[in-house]
Design a protein around this ligand. Structure first.
Ligand code: C5P
Length: 217
């Protein structure tokens, strides 16, 4: 299969030295890309700024902002059988970007923001029905409720719900505790495990999905 994976945060600059971002380390997305490559799939990784090295034999596009990530995903979407949208894309960016460093005396206490494009919303309009689209939901509370909403609203086949209120799961650490929710109502709560093992479980679900749909044909 051809698998497109996004990982890491995006950065939304307000001047050449300052930006808005989030705590995503990219570890979960890189684990998925590495595991998919080891299973013999062709993988393209679209990565925000992280301090990780791309897994061997994985093509990687390094991007910075949410707009760059949207462009890169759209450029590779038709190629992919599976999109795993693991990146923590910024939802807001500064309305104005200064080309020179802003002096603190020139800055306002309030920062004017505008929404970034929702990449999965854009994917929803362009996807083929035989492509598998997987999203992530990083939440601190009412995790399954919000994840189910996103699964439907973003037109996903699977959502990976992530409890980021735990110290041993989610952003930055090597372990994760996720629940997989699919569009048919299937729900699998996975134990706390390494991100590599969580990646294996997600890719097992992908393999099962394609096995079942090919049996139906
Ligand atoms: O809406 P929320 O950001 O919580 O949804 C998370 C999912 O949506 C993730 O799969 C993330 O990669 C994706 N996303 C996106 N475009 C955005 C923000 C998030 O595709 N602007």
């Amino acid at each position: 299969m051809k698998i497109l994976v996004t990982a890491g945060p995006t950065r939304e600059y307000l001047d050449p030295v300052r930006f808005l971002s989030n705590r995503s380390s990219g570890k979960m997305g890189y684990a998925i890309a590495g595991e998919a490559q080891r299973r013999g799939h062709t993988v393209h990784l679209i990565s925000g700024p992280v301090s990780l090295v791309a897994p061997a034999h994985v093509a990687c596009s390094h991007i910075c902002s949410a707009r760059d990530m949207l462009d890169a995903v759209m450029a590779h979407l038709a190629w992919a059988d599976v999109l795993v949208m693991c990146a923590a894309v910024a939802d807001w960016r500064p309305r104005r970007v200064a080309s020179q460093k802003l002096k603190k005396t020139d800055m306002q206490a309030e920062l004017a923001l505008e929404r970034t494009a929702d990449i999965l919303e854009a994917v929803k309009c362009k996807r083929r029905s035989n492509q598998l689209i997987i999203g992530f939901a990083a939440e601190t509370h009412d995790i399954l409720k919000y994840a189910k909403k996103k699964l439907v609203h973003k037109g996903l086949d699977l959502i990976v719900a992530n409890d980021i209120s735990r110290k041993d799961a989610g952003f930055g650490v090597d372990t994760n505790a996720v629940t997989l929710l699919d569009k048919k109502g299937g729900q699998w709560e996975l134990p706390l495990q390494s991100k590599n093992n969580a990646a294996r479980s997600i890719l097992d679900w992908v393999t099962r999905y394609f096995d079942q749909t090919s049996q139906l044909r």
